[in-house]
Write a protein that binds this ligand. Structure first.
Ligand code: ATP
Ligand code: MN
Length: 535
């Protein structure tokens, strides 16, 4: 039986080795929502959004991500514990098992693409075991027009089988779940995990290899938006630092919230067709655009709802990583298509739980390269005794888990592009103020937004021209005043009201930066090395 949804063609997936499956091709978002409810795999929230539990995994599993070591990848990929090699034969055997597992089942097949710029478009066919995973692909990838589907030729294949459990001894995986990329076959297989983020980050990882190696384009883990003046801004940052939150700005058109390419033709394009926002403690007052995007078509993940379908965004009993995915058109002010020009401003977002880094500071080109390679944020580790302390976390290019090449390859491309484009680079601490985690508080979102607005409209530069304070430990240029932000907030030392404690912690963090950077020193020139902490 073939159910075409509202598409005019049907397809067979026998050639992939999946036999006798009931193929549900290109179902609409509404149909997938309904199928999910009928299969008892989800519930409807009172907003009309679908709510699902992703199961055992509520986040990605970086230790179970592999890349097949073949002729294309063997000499180019930076192998190690981020890019873990997988044997081609082992891939073939596992692929056969996963397709055997899917044979005879009812499956959801969707044709979609990545990369909003037609010159870089990557056609993708996604085969999923569950309807909501397919709806996630509808939300997050770009959606071909009906007309385009007729001649659609898929280049990459994503096979998603959360119910398939690998056997490590037999399959060569670490445990029962895995996400494996094969560049020769152009296939991504995901098994043993229902976490939807693996689907989008699998294709992101593939593009992070394909674009720099074959298309002279820099792939970036960043969000992007464009102002009324047509100027593009991009926001790099690790998970939870504010890419999605800060790019949703009612006064600027959203290009995308997570993955972009910067081409040699001076354009910036979104890889995706949707957003994947964190919803922990979400409120309409703080994040109206995201809040209002939660309507029919959106998929909430791992949230807690009452009998009436009312979501409690403060409830993190399943995970802190509660999420919602939605197609980008759920946001009012968007750029269509999702393409901008050379960025004028670049923001590096960091959630510094030590409360040491200034809430906003300006970086020199050397500092920009240093901070990009470092990719700093902080995690807050809890202990059973209730003692919590921040742990520095460095992830090169603000996205090491998705970067198949050596970080310095991306850093060199970015440095060159930043210089050619003459961009302003800002380091924004969306983390703690008034002391470290446990003592201080998270920076108020409205202040961070005001600082970014001031940087974008030039008023920060105008107010501080030749009067920035150079941070004595990090050497970054800290503005003394900023419109709509209390002056004392701009100086982290002043917010601590404890100079000794501040400098002690600042030195500690500076040492962590230096320790982490050692492995990159041999690749860095004098300008970049001078961009590190001064002490
Ligand atoms: P990911 O890569 O996992 O998608 P992200 O960089 O997009 O992560 P966000 O989804 O934007 O991160 O998460 C930022 C979180 O921090 C949100 O829950 C937001 O409400 C919260 N937050 C609190 N204070 C701030 C602030 N000052 N600036 C930015 N975000 C803040
Ligand atoms: Mn995000």
């Amino acid at each position: 039986m073939v159910d075409n949804g509202n598409a005019t063609k049907s397809i067979s997936i026998e050639s992939y080795g999946i036999k006798n499956a009931t193929v549900k091709y290109q179902l609409t978002s509404e149909q997938l929502h309904e199928e999910t409810l009928q299969k008892n795999q989800g519930k409807e929230a009172n907003t009309g959004a679908l709510a699902v539990n992703t199961g055992e995994f509520t986040g990605r599993s970086p230790k179970d991500r592999f890349i097949v070591k073949d002729d294309i990848t063997k000499d180019r990929v930076w192998w190690g514990n981020i890019n873990i090699p997988f044997e081609p034969d082992a891939f073939d055997a596992l692929y056969n098992r996963i397709t055997d597992y899917l044979s005879g089942k009812e499956l959801y097949v969707r044709d979609s693409y990545a990369c909003a710029d037609p010159n870089y478009r990557l056609n993708i066919r996604v085969i999923t075991e569950y309807p909501w995973s397919n709806m996630f692909a509808y939300n997050m990838f770009l959606r071909p027009e009906e007309e385009e589907l007729k001649g659609f030729s898929p280049e990459w294949l994503v096979v998603n089988a959360p119910g398939f459990m690998a056997v490590p001894d037999r399959d060569g995986t670490r445990q029962h779940n895995f996400a494996i990329l094969n560049f020769t076959k152009k296939i991504a297989i995901i098994g043993g995990t229902g976490y939807t983020g693996e689907i989008k980050k699998g294709i992101f990882s593939a593009l992070n290899f394909i674009l720099p190696v074959f298309k002279n384009t820099l792939p970036m883990h960043c969000s992007a938006n464009v102002g009324e003046d047509g100027e593009t801004a991009i926001f790099f940052g690790l998970s939870g630092t504010g890419k999605t939150t800060l790019s949703a700005d009612p006064d600027r058109r959203l290009i995308g919230d997570d993955e972009h390419g910067w081409t040699a033709e001076n354009t910036v394009f979104n890889f995706e067709g949707g957003c994947y926002a964190k919803v922990i403690n979400l409120t309409e007052e703080n994040e109206p655009d995201i809040y209002r995007a939660i309507k029919p078509g959106a998929i909430l993940e791992n949230v807690i709802m009452d009998e009436k379908g009312e979501v409690d965004f403060a409830d993190i009993s399943i995970t802190q990583n509660t999420r919602v995915s939605y197609p980008i058109y759920h946001i009012d002010n968007i750029q269509v298509p999702s393409i901008g020009t050379n960025p004028k401003n670049i923001f590096f977002l960091t959630a510094d739980a030590f409360g040491v880094l200034p809430p906003i500071s300006k970086l020199t080109p050397g500092q920009a390269a240093y901070h990009f390679i470092s990719g700093y944020t902080a995690k807050v580790a809890g202990t059973e005794a209730g003692i919590t302390e921040p742990v520095p976390s460095f992830s090169a290019c603000f996205g090491a888990p998705f970067m198949p090449l050596h970080p310095t390859e991306y850093a060199e491309m970015l440095s060159k592009k930043m210089k050619d484009a003459g961009v302003h680079v800002w380091l924004v601490n969306t983390g703690w103020t008034g002391g470290p985690y446990g003592v201080g508080t998270r920076m108020k979102l409205k202040y961070t937004r005001a600082m970014i607005t001031a940087a974008l409209n030039g008023s920060l530069e105008a107010a501080n021209k030749d009067n920035y304070h150079v941070h004595s430990i990090f050497g970054v240029h800290q503005p003394r005043t900023c419109p709509n932000v209390p002056t004392d907030v701009l100086s982290p030392r002043q917010t601590w009201k404890n100079d000794e404690g501040y400098y002690k912690t600042a030195h500690k963090l500076a040492n962590s930066f230096k320790e982490n950077f050692k492995k990159f020193e041999e690749f860095a020139n004098a300008e970049i090395l001078a961009g590190g902490p001064l002490v």
